[in-house]
Design a protein around this ligand. Structure first.
Ligand SMILES: [Zn+2]
Length: 327
């Protein structure tokens, strides 16, 4: 029993490494339905029409519908399967030039973001608009902190006027009377504390993110890709990796994580659980680079922490700018 499982696992590992195999071409002759040329092969050499075109059926009507989304013939399903079962080897094959076998990474990213938007704006088991809920939550946070700032302001004014009333009964009546108008002369602007400024930043940030989902995801990928690239650019499998190649690999890996996130979003799981998708980067990194698990996990952790630190510092800098502008 155990031996059998081991044997199956070994066969699976072998299968993982084998690149996609394109079926051999049949010798059957076709006549092109567009230009009439007779030829052997899958596509007409004169006008490029596929040999598969025949009478309409629901199946090819559906494929034409998928083609609108760019899914018709470029192996979307194979790409999804391989991203889950042999991600690093698939990315290796794609980088080595097997581009017809797999769905292009950036196109996939845009489609995944579209799907993610659909799921997060209502296509989930609760039927709720999670983006809007999240946004409203941030608006509330901002307004609460604004209100708090206003309250402490008013509180100070109250105690100030209280003390004025007390002193008014005393001999310093004139001094107090002179003091009060100067306090009123100051413009009634609310003090903005750091908390409010940061909440405002989070709110603006969220708005921008919701409106520019694809760009946001790509920008977020850059620091992490760069840090990971530094750790993996001279790997046993690819000793001279370019950053552009690694970035393409990263887009595929983030697509893999996003697909799991979309499923989690569909079931309306808590957003913090998305951390559970981060380890999904380890297996592709290992398969792609040829390093062991320990090296991959340690490097990924370090790269992740450094990227987080970078992002945190960037956020902090923007937050400080906000605090200065709003003051
Ligand atoms: Zn033709």
């Amino acid at each position: 029993m155990f031996e059998e499982l081991k044997e199956r696992y070994r066969a699976f590992c072998e299968w993982q490494k084998v690149p996609h195999h394109v079926k051999p071409m049949s010798d059957e002759e076709h006549q092109c339905s567009t230009c009439g040329r007779r030829y052997v092969g899958n596509f007409c050499p004169q006008c490029g029409q596929s040999a598969q075109v025949g009478r309409y059926s629901f199946k090819n009507a559906f494929l034409l519908y998928l083609d609108v989304w760019g899914l018709g013939n470029r192996g979307m399903f194979r790409t999804i399967r391989d991203l889950f079962l042999r991600p690093g080897y698939m990315i290796r094959d794609y980088l080595n030039g097997m581009q017809m076998a797999y769905f292009p990474p950036f196109k996939m990213l845009f489609l995944i973001i579209t799907l993610s938007l659909l799921v997060n704006t209502g296509l989930n088991i609760k039927g709720e608009n999670r983006l809007q809920a999240n946004h409203e939550h941030l608006v509330q946070d901002y307004q609460t902190s604004l209100g708090k700032g206003g309250q402490t302001d008013r509180g100070e004014q109250l105690t100030a006027s209280g003390s004025e009333q007390q002193t008014a009964s005393g001999s310093e009546q004139q001094a107090a009377a002179a003091k009060a108008p100067t306090a009123d002369e100051e413009p009634p602007r609310k003090k903005v504390d750091t908390q409010t400024a940061f909440n405002k930043m989070a709110l603006d940030f969220n708005e921008w993110q919701n409106n520019h989902m694809a760009i946001f995801n790509l920008i977020l990928l850059i620091p992490l890709s760069w840090m990971l690239f530094l750790a993996f650019r001279h790997s046993p499998n690819i000793p001279d990796m370019r950053f552009a190649e690694f970035f393409v690999a990263m887009v595929y890996m983030s697509n893999l994580m996003s697909m799991v996130t979309i499923v989690m979003d569909f079931f309306c799981l808590d957003e913090t659980l998305q951390i559970a998708t981060y380890p999904l980067i380890i297996v592709p990194l290992k398969q792609l680079t040829g390093y062991g698990y320990v090296r991959c996990i340690l490097s990924a952790l370090l790269a992740f922490m450094l990227a987080m630190l970078l992002l945190f510092m960037a956020m902090l800098a923007v937050g400080i700018v906000y605090a200065i502008i709003m003051r």
